[in-house]
Design a protein around this ligand. Structure first.
Ligand SMILES: Cc1cc2nc3c(=O)[nH]c(=O)nc-3n(C[C@H](O)[C@H](O)[C@H](O)COP(=O)(O)O)c2cc1C
Length: 191
């Protein structure tokens, strides 16, 4: 379960809670590995939690909103609502956004969770240009405040878990992850 308490306004520079969502359900997913690595490499002042409930979400149905909202959907909605920002790392399937991630996003549409919520896309593949554009369009349409200045891209496409782990542990990539989160944190704080 992922959830954050609200920012403590008594602190000069409050801890930022960031939710990282992978759009892949594969056990050996490179996008999920990237979200976990982001959690492990969060800079001081930021806490990144990797969301792991994508595969448990029922298929979105507008009839199941309000009092009928399924518990797993409520967990996601609460996690997004309580986060200061959201990071998404998503593969491309057939030039589109995978159904699992689109389904998760659809659960957020008819409520306030996404409205003005800072969000950043990161990439585990140097390809997936159609999905990147489609996802950005979907998230802008939902009124996420999309941070589009710098994109973190670590080429993990086609790599097996041991190699993925090795790449993500490289000092240059750890620095790139920390820098990307720091830049996103500045964006969140500037709002
Ligand atoms: C069904 C399917 C369709 C795919 N379609 C595309 C595609 O259109 N463009 C692309 O760049 N990669 C495509 N890929 C490759 C995935 O996007 C790529 O392997 C991705 O890195 C997998 O992410 P993951 O390791 O997090 O599961 C496809 C993969 C699958 C399984």
């Amino acid at each position: 379960m992922v959830g954050f308490s609200r920012r403590d306004s008594r602190l000069a520079s409050p801890l930022l809670n960031i939710l990282a969502i992978s759009g892949s359900l594969r056990a050996a997913s490179t996008n999920s590995a990237l979200t976990v690595a982001l959690a492990q490499n969060a800079p001081t002042g930021c806490r990144v939690a990797a969301y792991d409930g994508l595969g448990r979400l029922p298929i979105f149905n507008p009839d199941d909103e309000g009092e009928r909202t399924p518990p797993e959907a409520s967990v996601l909605i609460d996690a997004v609502t309580s986060a200061d920002g959201v990071i998404v790392s998503c593969p491309e399937y057939a030039h589109g956004v995978p159904g699992g991630l689109k389904n998760a996003i659809d659960w957020l549409v008819s409520r306030d969770a996404a409205v003005a919520k800072p969000a950043m896309l990161v990439h585990a593949s140097p390809r997936s240009l159609f999905a990147r554009a489609a996802l950005a369009e979907i998230m802008r349409t939902m009124s996420f405040a999309l941070y589009e200045e710098a994109a973190l891209e670590i080429a993990l496409l086609g790599k097996k878990p041991p190699e993925v782990e090795k790449i993500l542990a490289e000092p240059a990539n750890r620095l790139a992850m920390r820098s990307a989160i720091s830049a996103f944190a500045d964006f969140i704080r500037s709002r």
